[in-house]
Design a protein. Structure first.
Length: 180
């Protein structure tokens, strides 16, 4: 950081008037004060540092405070936050009326908000899926008249407890993922 010379001279002039000292000693004191101010001034962040911090905040917001970076792209996180909050990795996501839904049965689904879903991938396992953040309190299953997707097969309709068990299994495997 550069020292602002005009500020040094202005401060020296004020010191000379108020404390009635010589110009030389006023300049020396003013120089030392300015040097301390420059040294204590925090450095500005670069744009890349700002973007990095923004991405880390976003990851912590969605995945929780226990996000652990494995590499620059891949990270690991805990899927089960508590018995009422989970994050699962799934491909059972469809779009109905411009809204994302999590398909939980042949004709049953849960509508999702935009902030509850993120696209994720794992190159090594050839996985392209979605991370879905779920809360038991807002987990409401809707029944549709027609089948949602004929390619999906369910032995029984899933409820929140079934998805909690899936999240626990995914927690044991702890697959590292990256966001798209």
């Amino acid at each position: 950081m550069k020292i602002n010379k005009s500020r040094v001279f202005k401060r020296a002039h004020q010191l000379r008037k108020t404390e009635k000292i010589s110009l030389k000693s006023a300049l020396i004191r003013s120089w030392k004060i300015e040097k301390e101010n420059v040294k204590n001034k925090p450095k500005k962040k670069t744009y890349s540092q700002y973007l990095k911090e923004l991405k880390e905040k976003d990851l912590k917001y969605f995945y929780g405070d226990d996000v652990k970076k494995v590499t620059n792209k891949y990270f690991e996180f805990k899927r089960v936050k508590d018995d009422d909050n989970i994050i699962i990795i799934t491909n059972n996501i469809k779009t109905i009326k411009d809204s994302f839904v999590l398909v939980v049965g042949e004709k049953k689904a849960v509508f999702l908000k935009d902030w509850q879903i993120r696209e994720v991938r794992n190159y090594y396992k050839d996985l392209n899926a979605y991370a879905v953040k779920l809360n038991r309190k807002y987990f409401k299953i809707y029944t549709f008249k027609n089948e949602i997707d004929e390619n999906l097969y369910f032995e029984k309709d899933n409820n929140f407890d079934d998805l909690l068990e899936i999240a626990k299994l995914q927690d044991k495997e702890n697959l590292r993922i990256a966001e798209n």
